[in-house]
Design a protein around this ligand. Structure first.
Ligand SMILES: C[S@@+](CC[C@H](N)C(=O)[O-])C[C@H]1O[C@@H](n2cnc3c(N)ncnc32)[C@H](O)[C@@H]1O
Length: 309
């Protein structure tokens, strides 16, 4: 959880819980990942907690359509304000990349006699680079394109002291409407990372985003996906407070940014329909404990690997 959130306010704490937790400040217990199992298995959520979460979410009501449309239409503006206000202070670097997505490092070992070829990657919704800088450090063969629709975020990526000229290209792009092929050659990418990004996009625009990404990937290329899952503690807290729900599994934070909570079925259906093979798609449970606040949260994420056919 980010440090600068006003955690004494329970509503703010609930909203802050929607941010990826800091690895440093929280002790955590990660449950074994479960592949394509429905409904959610007990290792991810106990029957009692599931009943409680379902009860809270079922009682919640979406806010008026005027406000729903306003938040959806102003998504880029609200994220840009977020980075103007927080700069690089909000998210922590993703140091779990190698553990969860070994493809980034395993591709680094060329067989004997094999030429060290470049591996072309894209981080969608890169924010201020908390994924791209650690990953570039992990494997010197990677070339990273990085895009985000918040111009302030892209500016901060380019100004970063570790921004490696010649190994990274950051640019502004709204995945739901700006063709990635304006910047990246069609069919050229080996790996795409999607880390807590598609959750910021309303369900009706996901298809356009996935098609846009597919266009720049090689057949056989992989999307590495990690994002919020249904019944995450943040979803239950959102639903416990009126005025946060926009749509099924879609909520708005206090700063106007949105967060969707995904199921295995939703993501499997979306990516298969758009021409991907699901290599892996499952829930991850992490119990995060904030000792300073004596607070324990059941975080639930969806992690997947999708291969372009
Ligand atoms: C929760 S942040 C994650 C940032 C980064 N991936 C990381 O792991 O640190 C979500 C990011 O997605 C970006 N984003 C949301 N919708 C987008 C869209 N339609 N096109 C491009 N970027 C988008 C936001 O600006 C924000 O930087």
């Amino acid at each position: 959880m980010a440090q600068e959130q006003p955690l004494q306010d329970p509503v703010a704490a609930a909203t802050a819980a929607a941010a990826p937790p800091s690895e440093e400040e929280l002790s955590s217990i990660e449950a074994r990942q479960v592949k394509l199992q429905k409904p959610l298995p007990a290792s991810i959520i106990s029957p009692e907690k599931l009943e409680y979460a379902q009860g809270v979410i079922a009682k919640d009501k979406a806010i008026k359509p005027f406000w729903v449309n306003k938040y959806k239409n102003e998504a880029a503006k609200n994220w840009d304000r977020f980075y103007k206000r927080n700069e690089t202070r909000f998210y922590k670097d993703r140091h779990w990349i190698e553990r969860e997505f070994s493809i980034f490092s395993s591709s680094s070992t060329a067989a004997e006699g094999e030429e060290e070829t470049k591996i072309n990657c894209l981080e969608i919704g890169c924010g201020v680079g908390n994924f791209i800088f650690p990953v570039l450090d992990l494997n010197k063969r990677l070339f990273m394109y990085a895009c985000d629709f918040a111009p302030h975020a892209i500016e901060l990526v380019k100004q970063h002291e570790d921004y490696p000229q010649g190994r990274c290209s950051a640019f502004v792009c709204d995945l739901t409407k700006d063709p990635l092929t304006d910047t990246i050659p069609a069919g050229s990418l080996d790996i795409v990372s999607s880390i807590f990004v598609l959750s910021a996009i309303p369900a009706e625009k996901l298809e356009a985003a996935v098609r846009n990404i597919k266009e720049v990937m090689k057949p056989g290329g992989m999307i590495c996906f990690r994002d919020y899952a249904v019944y995450d503690a943040a979803q239950v807290k959102f639903s416990s407070n009126p005025g946060r729900m926009l749509d099924t599994n879609l909520y708005v934070r206090q700063d106007g940014t949105m967060s969707h909570f995904f199921s295995v079925e939703q993501m499997t259906e979306l990516f298969e329909r758009e021409g991907f093979r699901v290599e892996e798609c499952g829930y991850v449970h992490r119990e995060t404990i904030n000792r300073a606040m004596d607070l324990s949260l059941d975080r639930r994420f969806l992690q997947a690997k999708f291969i372009k056919l």
